[in-house]
Design a protein. Sequence first.
Length: 86
Amino acid sequence: MTPGSFFQLYFSDTEFDTLAENTNVYAEYKNAGQRGRRWKKTTAGEIIIFVGIVIYMGVHKARIGLYWEESHEFPIHDITHYMSKF
């Protein structure tokens, strides 16, 4: 059993679809994108990546900014391949 298949025992694709749909409804309700920050609708795939990053950050604890640090003084985290800092 892989970590991904184990995770899917608890969280189905349908649940991530629901999370994405409700996130977009709430963003629209709050007029996201009309306050100076650009907003585009999120997807279930992006929610899965976000949850994965939160779990990763729980295991590999560091100051938030260090996850995106590209200096050789610190470990390089793969988060930068999946989520930008801004």
